[in-house]
Ligand binder design. Structure first.
Ligand SMILES: Cc1cc2nc3c(=O)[nH]c(=O)nc-3n(C[C@H](O)[C@H](O)[C@H](O)COP(=O)(O)OP(=O)(O)OC[C@H]3O[C@@H](n4cnc5c(N)ncnc54)[C@H](O)[C@@H]3O)c2cc1C
Length: 247
């Protein structure tokens, strides 16, 4: 049986009608930036548990998860209702391989996220490791509308702190917004729009690509990158792509 840590909600921050961040206290010993924990609530007498990436950096006092309401899902409508002081169960260990330790040597690190898939990258970008290891880091963040582009203040701070190393590429698929690409990640890569922004290419010679979020985006981008001689990274066989599919 799963063992749970007893957590307590400290803040429920609502970004938009369906997007929320929960900040909570729980005695999780440690985790690596990019990992996820299982989160559980009792819903109508049954324990419902789902994995969520941690958005905070390791060592911070509060844990943070970022999620959207899936109306037909059992857990997210309940998570969205949580208030400070409410109890929440957290898995006693974090896990997952979307971490910098699993990324082989490369000059450029590309992080491509759809929606709430931005969470683990924000955790990684708040550690020192990533800035020591890569010459350039690109954060690509795809959402449908401008109001869904959460964590802009944090991203702005990161851009200021790492002005020579970090590029931010927002994709807003259903609205034209100045400064963002009005297309999906896949077509923007195909058209060359992403590389036009960064000034360097996604290629097997010097890039590693981490992807997180919607599995359709991850599969389509993986196919595109295969045409460039890139392949999934495995421990037993070095590659160029690391991924975590949320749904
Ligand atoms: C390793 C891992 C880490 C994850 N981390 C996060 C995270 O940090 N933030 C986050 O929001 N989600 C994350 N997820 C998804 C999360 O675990 C839940 O599936 C999601 O929050 C919905 O929960 P639910 O119980 O309401 O519905 P579920 O019963 O889990 O799902 C109901 C249906 O909705 C689909 N679905 C799941 N997530 C979404 C979504 N975001 N948008 C549209 N449809 C969806 C499912 O595929 C399923 O068909 C992660 C998943 C995995 C495997």
């Amino acid at each position: 049986m799963a063992k749970w840590l007893q957590g307590e909600i400290v803040e429920n921050y609502q970004w938009s009608e369906r997007l929320f961040s929960l900040r909570l206290k729980a005695p999780l010993e440690t985790f690596k930036a990019g990992q996820f924990v299982r989160v559980a609530l009792d819903v109508e007498g049954e324990e419902v548990a789902r994995p969520y990436s941690l958005v905070n950096a390791p060592g911070e006092e509060l844990l943070e998860i970022y999620f959207n309401i899936v109306p037909e899902g059992p857990l997210t409508p309940q998570l969205a209702k949580m208030k400070p002081g409410d109890a929440i169960k957290i898995g006693e260990r974090a896990s997952g391989f979307l971490i910098i330790d699993e990324v082989p040597e490369a000059r450029h690190l590309w992080m491509l996220a759809t929606g709430t898939g931005i969470g683990p990258f924000l955790s990684i970008l708040r550690t020192e490791d990533v800035w020591q290891r890569f010459e350039k880091v690109v954060l690509g963040y795809s959402v449908r509308s401008e109001e869904e582009l959460s964590y802009r203040e944090l991203i702005e701070q990161l851009l200021q702190q790492h002005i020579d190393q970090l590029s931010f590429v927002p994709f807003i698929t259903r609205e034209k917004v100045e400064g963002s690409i009005n297309a999906r990640i896949t077509s923007a890569i195909e058209q060359g729009d992403v590389e036009a922004r960064t000034g360097f290419k996604i290629c097997a010679e010097d890039s590693h690509v981490m992807m997180c979020g919607n599995s359709a985006m991850i599969m389509q981008v993986t196919e595109l990158l295969k045409q460039r001689g890139m392949r999934k990274h495995l421990r037993r066989e070095r590659g160029h792509i690391t991924m975590e599919k949320y749904h």
